[in-house]
Design a protein around this ligand. Sequence first.
Ligand code: ATP
Ligand code: MG
Length: 574
Amino acid sequence: MRLSTLLISTLRDDPADAEIPSHKLLARAGFIVKIAAGVYTYSPLMWRVVRKFAQIVREELDREGANEVMLPIIQPRELWVSSGRWDRYVTDGIMFTLKDRKGSEMCLGPTHEEVMTTFVDAQVNSYKQMPVNCYQIQDKFRDEIRPRFGLMRGREFIMMDAYSFDADDAGLDVAYQKMRNAYCRIFERAGLDYTIVQADSGAIGGAGSEEFMVIADTGEDAILFCKSSGYAANVEKATSRLPEAPDGGEVRAMSKHETPGVKTVAQLEQFFDGWVAGRMAKTVLYHATWRDREAVVAAMMRGDLEINEVKLVNALDALSVRLATDEEILKATGAETGFAGPVNLKDDVQLLADLSLQGRTNLLTGCNETGYHCLDVNLGRDCRTPEFHDLRLARAGEGCPISGAPLEQARGIEVGHIFKLGTKYSSAMGATFMAKEGKPAPFVMGCYGIGVSRTPASAVEQHFDDKGMVWPVPIAPFECVVAMLDPKRDEQKVLADRLYAELAEAGVDVCLDDRAMSPGAKFKDHELIGLPVQVFVGRKAAEGEVELLARKGMQKSECAADDVRAKVLALLGR
Ligand code: ATP
Ligand code: MG
C-alpha cells in the first residue's frame, strides 16, 4: 500500500472535547472523525485496525466451533414485547426507536438476544442439533446518557455478540468455558493487559457473569482485586470481609433524644459521646422504579459503611434507583432529610437493611421526626424487622473475601462480557426444542459480547507515549512503514521501493510512505500514527544505509539496506 493513495490526515491539535489519551490521539491522527455525539467515521487506517482485531476475534471463535452470521439491525417492536424488554428499554431511553411508513414501531438493535433466539428457534428443532453457537460482528445502537471518550462509549459502535444454545445447564457450562478460553486468547493476541472479573448479572440473576477488563487509569469501571487469592470483581459486584465494629452489648431500653440540626454520621459522632459510626444504622431513602410502579424505599447500612446501589437494585428487583429528593423524603417519612430511621417508619415504605446490621444490638438511628434521633434501637423490637440483603459497597483496604488480605483497587475498561443467561429469553419467547425425553424444553442460553471498536481504543490507552500511539503489532494498521524522506531523489525512491518489495515478500504487512512532504513532518506523522517498525530512507540511501526505528521506546539505529529484512522481522518478533 502506497500512502500517497491512502487518505491520511493528521491534525496539529487535540480536539476540544477529547479528555482521554485514546480519544485525543485517534482524533489527532485522523483515525476517527466525529459526525455526532458518540457517532464516528473510521478512516482507512482505523478501519484496518478494526478489521485486524475483528479477524482475531473470528479466528478464535471459529476455532471453538462458533458460526458467523449477520442479523438485521432494524427490529420490530413485537419481538421485544415477546421477551418483555420493550418497555424497559424505551423507559431507559437507551434504545433508538422509529416508525416505518405504516406506523409500525421498530428499533435499531442495542443487542440481539431476541433476533438470535428467533433465528435459532426456527433452525433447531431437536437436542441432537445442539450445541449451537452463533455470532456476528456488527454495529449496535445505544442512546447512551453520556457518550464520551471517543470510541469508548459511542452511540453507534461495533460489537461482536455471540449466543450459545444448549439442551441443559451442563451444556451451557461447556459453552461458557469455551467462550471464556476464546476471549483469553483474543485479548492476549491483541497485545492487551487484561483481567477477568466477577460481574453483576443484574436482575437476570443467573449462574454467572464475568467481564474482561483492560486495566487503565481512564477506565470507567472500578475493580477490586487480591493478588494472593486471585479474587477480582467489578465494584458493582464485589464483596469483602465485614470490617469490625464495636459490639452493641446487652439489649437496653430505647431512648429518644433531641438532636437539632444534627444530620450526618459525622455530626452524630460529635454529638453523642462514644457513639462511633460503627454503632449507628443510617437509613438512606431511595426512589425506586419497577416496570409497573415506583416508590420511595428505605435502605439501612451500618454507619461506617456505604450502600452499593447496584446491589440495592438487585435486592429490590427494580429497574433502577436514585437518591430520594428532600421533598420525597419529607413525604415518605414526615421528617426533613437527615432524620430518617426504622423507628416509626410508615408501613408503606419498604425497609431493607444490610447484613452488617443483622443481629446487632443497641443502634443509633433516626426516628422520622425532624430534630430527633434514638439510641439503643433494636431492630424487630423497636421497629419492623427489615429485609436483610447484602447491600454493602466493598472498598479497597477491606479484607479479601477469600484470603483476608487487603483488597486493592484499579480502574478498568470493559472490553468483553460473558454471561450465563439460562432460559430467560427462550422461556419468555417460547423458543423450544425437542428434548431427549421427547418433550419440548426451552433453550439454555449464554450470551457473549466484545467491544470491537472499544478494544482498539483501549489498546491505545495502554500503549502510547508523549509523541503518539504505539500500536501492538497484531492490531497495528500496518506492521511496518518504509518512508522515503525525499521522494524526488531517485536513489531514495529506488531503495525504498526495493525494501518495500522485500518486506512484502517476507510476509510483513508493510506500507510505503511516498508522500511529498518535509522529512520533519513525515517523522512527526509516524511518531503519532505509531506503526511498530519504521524504516526511513534518507540521505544515506546512496551508501546503502537507512534508519530503523522501533516505535516502542523510540529506539533508533542505523542499518545496512541488506540487513533491513532480517532486522524488521526480528523487531516484529518473527
Ligand atoms: P457498559 O457497562 O460499558 O455500558 P455494557 O455492560 O452495557 O457496557 P454489554 O451489553 O455487555 O455492555 O456489551 C458488550 C460489550 O460491548 C461491552 O463489554 C463493551 O466492550 C462494548 N460496549 C458496550 N457499550 C458500548 C458503547 N456505548 N460504546 C462502545 N462499546 C460498547
Ligand atoms: Mg457488560
